[in-house]
Design a protein around this ligand. Sequence first.
Ligand code: SF4
Length: 114
Amino acid sequence: MIKTLTCIECPMGCEITVEEENGAVKNVSGNSCPRGKLYAESEAVCPKRVVTSTVRAESGEMVPVKTNKPVNKNEIFKVMDIIKRTRCRLPVQLGEVLVKNISGDADLIVSGNV
Ligand code: SF4
């Protein structure tokens, strides 16, 4: 299978072609640097994303949150369900961990002071 994707590792946005066979990457082309090759290999076999959202504080305010590492795309609904059920107490600080290991070794952290 051949996939074409746009590298999001830097603003150049190179169009990269990945040849995949039986779940393994056979060839990567179109990348202008090694970062693009790593991105394409990961995206083709196990795509990941940083999840950003909000958590409701016990007092009602919305607190911006994100995962501190990208999580597997097939885990995003599970992560969003946990986020929906999570509550925190104010004040919170930028970088504070709200849910340890929300997916694998990724934590849910506060992404802005409230
Ligand atoms: S392949 Fe390299 S240069 Fe091209 S968008 Fe990705 S990181 Fe940037």
